[in-house]
Design a protein around this ligand. Structure first.
Ligand SMILES: Nc1ncnc2c1ncn2[C@@H]1O[C@H](COP(=O)(O)OP(=O)(O)O)[C@@H](O)[C@H]1O
Ligand SMILES: O=C(CO)[C@@H](O)[C@H](O)COP(=O)(O)O
Length: 483
C-alpha cells in the first residue's frame, strides 16, 4: 500500500493530505495558515508547509509528493537563489497599468488583445506574472537588477523540497506555466521574447515538465532527516489540481469558491479569448483548462459575516430565510477590485435598498447571490468558448455554505454537485504524486465519495437585476488611473 502526499499552498493556507496511491483513501492530513495580504514573503509559505506536513504526520513513509499552489505569484530569486522581495500574488492589482501597457505595445487595444490571446492563450491582466515583472522593472529598479530567475509559488516550494539545488534545478508544469504570460499552451513552449518585453531583459525560468514527470527527489535534510527516497511530482497550479482532484470530465464545469472564484473545464483544445474573460490555461494531464477567475468569492461571505456580526453558518441561515432575488436588493461584490470584468480599481456596491428589504437577511442573500452572479457571468463566458455545462461541481471553502449550495442552481441554471467536504486541490496534487509513483498513461482512477446533488428552477430575475447594477460602481477614492 504505497502512500503519496499532496500539498495545496493556496492563498489563505497550506493543506497537506496523505492518501493511498492505489485507492486514493485518505490516511491523514494537516494544515497551517498563510499570512494575509497581496504580497507575501515565500518563506512564510515554506514555514506553513513544514507545519502542515508535521500536522499530517510527516512524509517519511510516502513514495511521492506533489505541490499545487496559487497561480501567477511572482517569486524573484537572485543568482544565489535568495528571494529578492516578497512575492506579488495573483490578487495584487498594482500591475494593472503594466497590463494595459503590454496590450497597448502589442498594437493597441483590439490588436494587442488578439496578439496576447494568440501567443499565450490569455489577455494580460494584473494577476499575470508578466505584468508583475513589468511593474517591478518600472517601480523597483534596484530589486529588478538583482533578479536572476523568476518562478511561481509551487515551483519554488518544490525546489525547496528538493533542497534548493541551484537555479538550474527549478521545475514547473504546463498548468502553472500557462498562467505566466510568457508560455504558450498551444505550442507548449516558452515565449521568452515576451518575458524580455515585459521585464526588459532575459531571466532564468523553470524547465516545464510533462504531467507525470518527476521534478527530483525530496532532500532528506529539509524535513529533519526523516524522509527517504521520496519522488517529487511536477506539481501544478491550484485550479488544475482541483480539476484532477474531482476528476472533472466531459460536461463538467468546476466552480471553486475560495479566495478567488474560478469557473473552469477540462478541454481537448486550447482557448484564446481575445475579449479576455476566459484565460486559456493548460491542465495537469496534457490537456487544457479554459478558466474564468474573479477576485471576490469566499471573502464576500466573510465580509457579510463581519458586517452583520454573525458567523458564516448564520449568514447562510439568514440568506435562506429570504426569497430569491432578496426583494430587489443587489450586491455587486467587487470588494477587492475585480479581474473579470477587468476593473482593478472597482469597489463593491449595494443597490435597490428600500425600507422593506433593509434587513440582515436581505443583505446576506444579496451577498451570496451577487458573488454567484459574478461566477455565472464567468460560466456564460466559458460556454461561449465551447464548454458544455451539464452540471457544476462546486468546491472550495465557500462550498461549505448551505446557502451557496442551495442558491447556486437558481443562479447557474443547471444542477450543482457538491463532493464530500475535502481538500480537492491537495487531493489533485496527491493524485498526481500517485501517477508519478505508479506510472501509467493516465492518473490512477480514484473515485470521489458520495456527492450531494442540488437542483432548483433557474430564477433568471436574479441575474437580470444583477446585470442592471453590475456596471454602476465607483472606483476606489484617491486612485489616479491615467498618466
Ligand atoms: N461554512 C462556510 N461558509 C462559508 N464560507 C466558508 C465556510 N467555511 C470556510 N469558508 C471560507 O472559505 C475560504 C477559504 O477557502 P479555501 O478554498 O481554503 O481558500 P484558498 O484556497 O483561497 O486559500 C475562507 O474565506 C472561509 O471563510
Ligand atoms: O489567479 C487565480 C487563477 O487564475 C486564482 O485562482 C489563484 O490560483 C488563487 O487561488 P485560490 O487561492 O483562491 O484557490
Amino acid at each position: 500500500m504505497p502512500l503519496v502526499a499532496g500539498v495545496d499552498s493556496s492563498t489563505q493556507s497550506c493543506k497537506v493530505v496523505v492518501r493511498d496511491a492505489e485507492t486514493g483513501a485518505l490516511v491523514r492530513q494537516g494544515r497551517a495558515p498563510h499570512p494575509d495580504g497581496t504580497e507575501v514573503d515565500p518563506r512564510a509559505w515554506w514555514d506553513a508547509l513544514l507545519t502542515a506536513v508535521d500536522a499530517a504526520g510527516g512524509l517519511a513513509d510516502v513514495a511521492a509528493v506533489s505541490v499545487a499552489g496559487q497561480q501567477h505569484g511572482m517569486v524573484c530569486l537572485d543568482a544565489a537563489g535568495q528571494v529578492v522581495r516578497p512575492a506579488l500574488l495573483w490578487n495584487d492589482t498594482r500591475s494593472a497599468e503594466a497590463a494595459r501597457e503590454l496590450i497597448e505595445e502589442a498594437g493597441g487595444d483590439a490588436t494587442g488583445r488578439r496578439f496576447w490571446a494568440g501567443a499565450t492563450g490569455s489577455v494580460p491582466v494584473a494577476s499575470f506574472t508578466a505584468t508583475k515583472l513589468r511593474w517591478l522593472a518600472r517601480h523597483e529598479p534596484a530589486n529588478a537588477d538583482r533578479v536572476a530567475a523568476v518562478c511561481l509559488p509551487h515551483d519554488w516550494l518544490t525546489w525547496r523540497l528538493a533542497g534548493a539545488p541551484g537555479l538550474d534545478a527549478l521545475r514547473t508544469d504546463r498548468g502553472d506555466a500557462s498562467g505566466t504570460g510568457y508560455w504558450s499552451p498551444r505550442t507548449g513552449e516558452y515565449r521568452l521574447d515576451l518575458l524580455d518585453r515585459a521585464f526588459g531583459r532575459r531571466l532564468q525560468v523553470p524547465a516545464v515538465l510533462g504531467p507525470a514527470e518527476p521534478a527530483g527527489v525530496l532532500d532528506p535534510a529539509v524535513l529533519g532527516g526523516r524522509a527517504g527516497d521520496v519522488l517529487l511530482g511536477p506539481g501544478t497550479g491550484d485550479n488544475a489540481a482541483a480539476a484532477l482532484g474531482v476528476g472533472a470530465g466531459p460536461g463538467d464545469v468546476v466552480v471553486s469558491i475560495g479566495t478567488s472564484g474560478t469557473v473552469f473545464a477540462v478541454a481537448d483544445a486550447p482557448a484564446a479569448d481575445a475579449a479576455g474573460a476566459v484565460a486559456g490555461f493548460a491542465d495537469a494531464t496534457g490537456r487544457y483548462l479554459p478558466l474564468v477567475c474573479t477576485l471576490n468569492a469566499a471573502r464576500v461571505l466573510d465580509a457579510a459575516a463581519a458586517l452583520l456580526r454573525v458567523g458564516l453558518d448564520e449568514v447562510a441561515e439568514l440568506a435562506l430565510a429570504v426569497p430569491p432575488g432578496a426583494d430587489g436588493l443587489v450586491m455587486v461584490p467587487y470588494l477587492e477590485g475585480e479581474r473579470t470584468p477587468n476593473r482593478p480599481l472597482a469597489t463593491g456596491s449595494v443597490h435597490g435598498l428600500t425600507l422593506s428589504n433593509a434587513t440582515a437577511g436581505h443583505l446576506a442573500r444579496a451577498a451570496v447571490e451577487g458573488m454567484l452572479c459574478a461566477l455565472a457571468d464567468g460560466l456564460d463566458a466559458l460556454i461561449a468558448q465551447g464548454a458544455t455545462a451539464d452540471r457544476v461541481i462546486l468546491v472550495g471553502g465557500g462550498a461549505r455554505s448551505a446557502a451557496v449550495r442551495r442558491i447556486a442552481p437558481q443562479v447557474f441554471g443547471c444542477p450543482v454537485v457538491v463532493p464530500p467536504p475535502g481538500e480537492y486541490v491537495a487531493d489533485g496534487a496527491a493524485r498526481q504524486a500517485a501517477w508519478v509513483a505508479l506510472g501509467g498513461a493516465t492518473p490512477p482512477p480514484w473515485t470521489l465519495g458520495a456527492t450531494e446533488r442540488y437542483a432548483a428552477e433557474a430564477v433568471p430575475a436574479i441575474r437580470e437585476r444583477y446585470a442592471q447594477a453590475r456596471d454602476r460602481i465607483v472606483d476606489r477614492p484617491g486612485v489616479v488611473t491615467g498618466p
